[in-house]
Ligand binder design. Structure first.
Ligand SMILES: Cc1cc2nc3c(=O)[nH]c(=O)nc-3n(C[C@H](O)[C@H](O)[C@H](O)COP(=O)(O)OP(=O)(O)OC[C@H]3O[C@@H](n4cnc5c(N)ncnc54)[C@H](O)[C@@H]3O)c2cc1C
Length: 280
């Protein structure tokens, strides 16, 4: 199918993009890897597409004040090759190769993935596990929203229709930091049936500050808070049992909720082992 007709405007700057968003029924275009598919299937028919791709200031990865800042227009492939990300945000580096295929990662952007907020996407869960934040610019200025408050419901975030996501920030890894990542997909590159991004800090032979963010098991990426407490207490079996209270996955085209819950437990055991490895 072909998309409904739309007008096209190229934004020169973030401020220009925000001005253009005043047009009725306008939509931002980043990598186009999700948006163009929805237009072609006529699931969405905006009147105007505002192309962010010419805004050079949004395509950098930088270490600032103990945070890794990733510009909204950083492509997945660019992030995958980044030495800074591998060193300072290893959880994101682990997750990136699971996103689609190289052709998709060449165009898809970090900002697009987080703004789109697909419940089965890897990066929203990483952002949540790391306790990161989202930088947003809108008609009333700039603001930062914590990842815990950003993902609201199915494909719904703290972004309003007049906002541009400009960057995401995550705390830079330090010596006692631990991360873990695992997902089940039918084929490598498919959206996950269930996945888990996690981080913690080493505490003697155990862990503290455990954050477990699941994806593919609900309307948004979501934290398993009871399992976090049990894992910080050193009891993996109790953590797996606690998932009964944390997760209630709905059936979807990939699997039943019961299968997803079982997979969530298997993922937790795998990720718990990763978290115990030094410098993981
Ligand atoms: C075959 C296939 C397989 C895929 N597999 C995966 C996968 O396994 N995991 C995964 O996570 N993703 C997967 N994707 C999606 C891919 O990661 C997309 O790139 C991503 O979801 C959207 O990023 P984008 O830059 O392409 O955004 P676009 O498609 O351009 O935009 C997506 C949405 O976000 C909005 N948006 C984009 N940028 C901004 C911004 N800066 N501020 C505010 N709103 C913005 C747009 O208006 C639009 O509504 C797959 C895609 C395809 C085609």
């Amino acid at each position: 199918m072909k998309p409904s007709p739309f007008a096209y405007a190229k934004a020169r700057s973030v401020a220009h993009a925000i001005d253009l968003l005043a047009n009725e029924d306008a939509r931002l275009l980043a990598g186009g890897q999700s948006l163009i598919a929805t237009l072609n299937m006529r699931l969405s028919a905006p009147r105007v597409l505002i192309d962010l791709n010419g805004i050079g200031a949004l395509d950098a990865i930088a270490l600032k004040d103990g945070m890794v800042e990733i510009g909204a227009l950083v492509r997945h492939a660019q992030a995958e090759r980044s030495v800074e990300l591998a060193q300072h945000a290893p959880l994101i580096a682990k997750a990136l190769p699971h996103i689609g295929h190289p052709a998709i990662r060449n165009r898809g952007t970090i900002g697009g993935s987080v703004a789109f907020a697909d419940p089965a996407a890897e990066l929203p869960a990483c952002l949540l596990a790391l306790g990161g934040e989202v930088a947003i610019s809108g008609p009333r200025g700039a603001r930062n929203v914590k990842a815990d408050d950003f993902f609201k419901d199915l494909f719904e975030t703290a972004l309003t229709p007049r906002d541009v996501l400009t960057a995401v920030r995550v705390p830079a890894a330090n010596a006692d930091g631990r991360t873990g990542f695992a997902e089940f997909a039918r084929r490598h590159g498919d959206y996950a049936m269930a996945g888990l991004a996690a981080c913690a800090r080493a505490d003697g032979k155990g862990l503290k500050d455990v954050r477990l963010a699941y994806f593919g098991v609900g309307a948004t990426a979501l934290r398993a808070r009871n399992a976090e407490t049990a894992l910080a207490g050193g009891d993996v079996d109790a953590a797996v049992q606690a998932l009964d209270r944390d997760l209630d996955p709905p059936d979807d085209v990939q699997a039943t909720g019961a299968v997803k819950k079982h997979l969530a437990g298997v993922l937790l055991r795998r990720v718990a082992r990763q978290l115990m490895e030094p410098r993981s």
